[in-house]
Design a protein around this ligand. Structure first.
Ligand SMILES: [Zn+2]
Length: 254
């Protein structure tokens, strides 16, 4: 049996891989509302399925470690079912995963996060570990922002993002069985639909003004998820998989 998933391997099989220093992929997600049409685990599902494709292409040079299923989602807590870790808890979980991997001899880890709310905490963990584990190389990557060109090609709504065109398209190709296509509906799609403060926040981007999603969108959606197809999603996913795979190949031979 050949598997790249550490959870399906035995301790002896994992020990055998350490001398060749494969890169360990950690899929990270969120457990948060994704509007009326997408499931809570949307970000984790996308991260896990992208990691599976990357590991297949990497031909044994990448292993998939355990997932981090709950992320930093305080901005979605007004919506039923959302679970959130504080930034300090999330950072501590990631750090403990890394200490364990490091103890067993792994020195290169790539966290693949489907949830942008995890980005800031991943940056601080990486900074702290430069001092604590100087021989560990920690990389992290988001998903959708790796495919800017493909997302722009969708000609998305003026306001788009969470549970909108790009994210729904990815789910239509990666996990179509979980998309309630009959329930997909637009959320906030234009800047003039925002309240004045939200409009300032979303018009500028930076300086960053963090607001809760129940203020940005009644149904939790930014954009119009009805406008996209599985083919749109496949173009985005393939761009993401290609970029991560190329990074791994360059890193592995550096
Ligand atoms: Zn999401």
């Amino acid at each position: 049996m050949t598997t790249h998933r550490m959870g399906e391997m035995t301790t002896l099989e994992i020990a055998d891989t350490v001398p060749s220093q494969p890169i360990v992929l950690l899929p990270a997600g969120a457990f948060e509302q994704h509007g009326p049409g997408l499931p809570m685990a949307t970000d984790l599902i996308r991260a896990e399925r992208v990691c599976a494709q990357v590991a297949d292409l990497a031909g044994g040079r990448a292993l998939i470690g355990p997932s981090i299923p709950v992320g930093v989602s305080p901005h979605h807590l007004a919506f039923a079912g959302t679970m959130s870790l504080s930034t300090t808890t999330f950072a501590a979980v990631v750090r403990d995963y890394l200490l364990s991997l490091h103890r067993h001899g792994f020195r290169r880890v790539l966290v693949v996060t489907g949830h942008g709310g995890n980005n800031a905490a991943l940056t601080t963990v990486a900074q702290d570990l430069l001092v604590e584990l100087p021989d560990l190389e920690l990389a992290w990557t988001p998903l959708t922002t790796l495919a800017r060109t493909e997302v722009a090609a969708l000609d998305p709504s003026e306001v788009h993002g969470h549970s909108g065109e790009a994210e729904t398209a990815q789910m239509l190709t990666l996990a179509p069985e979980l998309v309630r296509t009959d329930l997909l509906e637009p959320g906030t799609t234009t800047l003039d639909q925002f309240d004045p403060v939200s409009r300032v926040a979303r018009t500028h981007g930076q300086p960053t003004l963090t607001l809760p999603y129940d203020r940005l969108s009644k149904n939790g959606v930014l954009g119009d998820p009805r406008r996209v197809t599985p083919e749109d999603g496949e173009a985005i996913v393939q761009a993401i998989v290609q970029r991560i795979t190329t990074f791994i190949q360059d890193w592995d031979t550096a």
